[in-house]
Design a binder for this molecule. Structure first.
Ligand SMILES: [Cu+2]
Length: 173
C-alpha cells in the first residue's frame, strides 16, 4: 500500500502531527497536481497530496460529463465551495475541460462525482460514496480523497501521472 493510501486511511495521526508546525515557506505558485477522468468512471489519481494553496486540477479526458463535489464524511453535507462540473471531450486534439481548486488548511478532503456515485450513511454514521445504482461497469464508486499536507514524503508519493495535464493514452468513452 502506498504512503498516500495509508495516509488516507489513517487520517488522524497526520492531522495530529501537523498541529503546531510553523507554516512552511511558500514556494511561488506551486505546480498543480492533476487528477484525470479517463473513461472508466473513476478518478485516476486517488488519493493525491497537495500543499495548502497548491492547485488541484481535475482534467476530464472522458467523453462524458462529471461533477466533482466535496463532502464531509462526518456530517454527510456537500460543499458549496468545492463544487465543480466538467463537460466531456470529443477525444485527442480536442479541448478538455478542467476544474481547479485550492485548499487553505491541512486535512483530508473527500469528493465524489454525483453523476456516477451517491453518498450513503454507513451504520456507524460515517458518510461514504457508493456506486450509483444503474451505473454500469466498474466496481469502485467514482470518488476520491485529497490530502492537504506539508509532509514532503506524502507530497513526493503522488502517482507520476499527477504531474501531467494531458495523458495521451487515456481518452475514452
Ligand atoms: Cu462521473
Amino acid at each position: 500500500m502506498s504512503r498516500l493510501a495509508k495516509a488516507a486511511l489513517f487520517a488522524a495521526p497526520i492531522l495530529a502531527a501537523s498541529l503546531g508546525l510553523p507554516l512552511a515557506a511558500r514556494a511561488a505558485t506551486p505546480k498543480p497536481v492533476y487528477v484525470h477522468m479517463n473513461g472508466a468512471n473513476m478518478f485516476l489519481e486517488n488519493p493525491v497530496a497537495v500543499r495548502p494553496g497548491q492547485p488541484v486540477v481535475f482534467v476530464n479526458e472522458d467523453t462524458g460529463s462529471h461533477t466533482i463535489i466535496g463532502y464531509s464524511a462526518t456530517t454527510g453535507k456537500t460543499s458549496t465551495r468545492f463544487d465543480g462540473a466538467v463537460a466531456g471531450t470529443k477525444g485527442p486534439g480536442h479541448k478538455v475541460h478542467t476544474y481547479t481548486i485550492t485548499f487553505a488548511h491541512q486535512g483530508i478532503v473527500h469528493y465524489y462525482c454525483s453523476v456516477h456515485a451517491i453518498l450513503a450513511k454507513e451504520p456507524g454514521g460515517r458518510t461514504v460514496a457508493k456506486v450509483r445504482p444503474g451505473v454500469h461497469g466498474f466496481g469502485d464508486p467514482m470518488a476520491g480523497t485529497i490530502i492537504v499536507t506539508t509532509d514532503p514524503k506524502l507530497l513526493a508519493d503522488n502517482p507520476k501521472t499527477a504531474a501531467e495535464k494531458i495523458l495521451p493514452g487515456y481518452f475514452g468513452g
